[in-house]
Ligand binder design. Structure first.
Ligand code: MOS
Length: 744
């Protein structure tokens, strides 16, 4: 029926809905199942090789040298001061190619920047290479560097009045509808509250690391990156090379959360150093360097105004954000991303302005926008519910939009209300008491909830799938698995459509020698790369049907056999020496014609100590709808990780900048407090059944960043319900609660 015959490329642009899915008609029965990660045994036995673990004959070790002023110029690097130290090979300070965080800035078309000008405290300015890591690190610390320091801008509070409007990013910086100021003025009930969130670090477990090997004029980089096909272009540009001379290999990545979307300084440093000394060079960032010199999530100051009528119907919604970044950087934390479509309001204003600071570059960190933006919006909705005298879920139901309130396009699928209702029933929401109404000895108990939404995106992605003469399939794409489960879901999709036991599918990822993929970012990885694999398998099904002499829709593939026309033939027999096909997907009109997002509802119960102000999260529960769930176990794990990030945002995570020079002072996992096991309670996750025919042929939407979106607000709203204290300056550490707590 598809008429592929011998053709080996199946391309799809999502211009139209795709109501049929081969994942519904597959006979293998593996899609959606909670299959263990196929890469799990390799990881737990230490056989999965990460970027820092590659070894080569004659390997040298590089260590980054970082600026010790917050702004100014490097005037001299006294390389001779360390060249004579034992094991030291060289000090490389090639300012022309040694560039800043090239992949993470807004404009990758800018020419490579030198770092003679220091942009922020801790910026890499040189690399020392030695025969051992220890020798390189020692020399890097002894290297004498002279600076001409200049005045810098290191305080958000001091410069918050000076800001500029950024260019369009993932959303327009300014958007809205109607006459918001007048509508707010005339509203019966008004909330006008400002929330602040601090800089944050992705804190991926695996530090950024690169091993650079030159093979003639070709650069092979073993790195830890999320989006290899664009990382390759960035690295080539930084090196002044053609992209096809650069190969990046990242088979396993120990978390990225945005910090590895674009190339970081260590890859360029390793490549430059390897070329200079004619040996492979490995450069592994120390944990402190990851904090100092990769990227941060911007701090935010978000003013939310909600104007409602006496029944709680919004007449005005305002979300005006100040964020920060380096001068000339275009990236802004898109705090108002979900505010654009979450609630019906006839008058809306959403703005983002950047305060220019000489702090570490701000860029994407897990759910850029929603992760901190939904804290402000969803806490404000909680404040409005209180002001109107409505249950927070009832308030949200009254403001459920029938279409995108600004763009007036339909939702592709939206189950926010069912998520809230199901969550309320599972959580026991009806037992919630009025604020400060549940005291048990020293402990004040309370419940809170918040909505969750994360935009769904499709990105260009391609993959090759082949079936060999033994009837085994191999998937090849430069997609990455950053701990999300990509290896496993791509095997499941292949297994389902080609009717192969999952053990007969090999998935090869993380190598730019394979067809270019979307990479892991923006919750688009599964939908985009999964669709490319789907399309390749669809083409192979067509080829198999031809070989069987049956129509594709009369063909059943199961357990390695092709069944049709009253015959059952082993695939191995049909495919001869083997067959192959490539699938290519690209976004199309559907992303403009429908608003695509995943949704959910978070519920949280806390106990706050009335004497000390310490917060203990008792339990959390979330119900989510993200289209078809490809693997129930890895999907749940994605949500668990996201909710844990949300707990950190609510209670403990905060990068602190020294007001004298911008230096990040809490730059390790001892001082930057991510939630640990003792902070994280039982988290229950349920997914609602959903199919989104506008998203892709798999009918799946993104999940990776859904769990964090709104999670922190549920915690903050529970703290309010427990204590009657509405703290708006995140993280909500005990000092911010103590003063308002009821007397013991
Ligand atoms: Mo994500 S912040 O797009 O890795």
């Amino acid at each position: 029926m598809f008429g592929f015959g011998k053709s080996d490329t199946n391309a799809l642009t999502m211009d139209k809905p795709h109501p049929d899915s081969l994942l519904d008609t597959g006979a293998q029965g593996v899609i959606g199942k909670p299959i263990d990660r196929i890469d799990g045994p390799l990881k737990v036995s230490g056989r999965a090789t990460y970027a820092a673990e590659y070894d080569f004959p004659d390997l040298a070790y590089g260590f980054l040298v970082r600026a010790t002023v917050g702004a100014g110029k490097v005037t001299e690097v006294d390389a001779d001061s360390v060249r004579g130290l034992p094991g030291v090979i060289d000090v490389i300070t090639d300012y022309k190619t040694f560039i800043r965080n090239p992949g993470q800035g807004g404009d990758t078309n800018k020419p490579p920047q030198g770092v003679a000008d220091v942009a922020y405290f801790g910026e890499p300015i040189a690399i020392v290479v030695a025969d051992s890591y220890e020798a390189a690190r020692d020399a890097a610390q002894q290297l004498r560097v002279s600076y001409e320091a200049k005045e810098g801008r290191y305080s958000f509070a001091a410069y918050r009045e000076e800001h500029d409007k950024p260019p369009e990013g993932v959303m327009p910086p300014y958007t809205g509808t109607g006459d918001p100021d007048a509508a707010f003025e005339g509203a019966a009930v008004k909330i006008d509250a400002t929330y602040t969130t601090p800089s944050q670090n992705s804190a991926a477990m695996e530090p950024h690391a690169s091993t650079a090997v030159w093979e003639g004029d070709e650069l092979h980089l073993y790195g830890a990156y999320q989006m290899l096909s664009t990382d390759r272009i960035q690295l080539a540009k930084a090196m002044g090379m053609k992209p096809d001379k650069v190969r990046i290999i990242a088979r396993y990545v120990g978390g990225g959360f945005g910090s590895k979307l674009g190339i970081a300084p260590e890859s360029v440093a390793a490549a430059v150093a390897a070329k200079a000394i004619g040996r492979p060079v490995k450069c592994v960032m120390a944990r402190q360097q990851v904090f100092d010199a990769t990227v941060r999530r911007s701090n935010t100051e978000q003013r939310v105004r909600l104007g409602a009528d006496a029944d709680g119907k919004l007449v005005m919604l305002g979300h005006n954000s100040l964020v920060s970044n380096l001068p000339e950087e275009s990236f802004f934390e898109p705090c108002g991303q979900a505010t654009q479509f979450l609630y019906a309001a006839p008058n809306i204003t959403i703005t983002h302005d950047i305060v220019r600071l000489d702090w570490l570059l701000a860029a994407s960190m897990r759910a850029p926008g929603e992760a901190v933006g939904m804290i402000a919006l969803e806490c404000a909705m909680d404040e409005l519910a209180e002001a109107v005298g409505l249950d927070p879920i009832e308030l949200r139901k009254r403001n459920e939009p029938g279409e995108h309130p600004i763009d007036h396009i339909p939702f592709s699928s939206r189950q926010l209300v069912p998520c809230m209702e199901r969550g309320a029933a599972l959580f026991g929401w009806s037992k919630r008491k009025p604020a400060a109404g549940d005291r048990r000895g020293e402990w004040l108990y309370g419940m809170g909830m918040a909505a969750s939404a994360r935009s769904n995106m499709l990105q260009k992605s391609s993959a090759k799938v082949s079936i060999d003469g033994q009837g085994r399939a191999t998937v090849e794409t430069d997609m990455t698995d950053i701990g999300t489960g990509t290896y496993t879901i791509l095997a499941q999709i292949t297994s389902e459509i080609l009717g192969l036991p999952i053990d007969d599918v090999t998935v090869k990822l993380g190598d730019t020698a394979f067809p270019p993929a979307a990479g892991s970012g923006g919750s688009f990885g599964a939908g985009s790369s999964g669709t490319s694999v789907y399309l390749a398998c669809e083409a192979l099904r067509g080829q198999i049907a031809d070989k069987m002499g049956v129509a594709a829709d009369g063909l059943t593939l199961k357990d390695g056999r092709a069944i049709g026309d009253n015959r059952s033939v082993p695939l191995a027999e049909l495919v001869g020496d083997g067959i192959a096909a490539t699938g290519e997907v690209a976004p199309g009109k559907q992303e403009k014609e429908t608003l695509q997002s995943s949704y959910g509802a978070h519920f949280c119960e806390v106990a706050v100590n009335a004497v000390t102000g310490e917060v203990r999260i008792k339990r959390m529960l979330g119900v989510f709808a993200g289209g078809r769930i490809l693997n129930a176990k890895t999907a749940r794990s994605q949500i668990l990780g996201g909710v844990t990030f949300g707990i950190g945002t609510a209670l403990s995570e905060e990068l602190m900048h020294d007001p004298r020079n911008g230096k990040i002072v809490n730059r390790d996992l001892g001082e930057y407090h991510v939630p640990v096991n003792a902070d994280v309670p039982q988290i229950d996750v349920e997914f609602l059944s959903e199919r989104d025919i506008h998203a892709n042929p798999m009918h799946a939407k993104g999940l990776g960043e859904l769990g964090i979106s709104g999670a922190g607000a549920a915690v903050a709203n529970a703290i309010y319900n427990a204590t009657g204290v509405r703290a708006r300056d995140f993280p909500l550490t005990l000092d911010k609660l103590l003063d308002g707590l009821p007397a013991v």
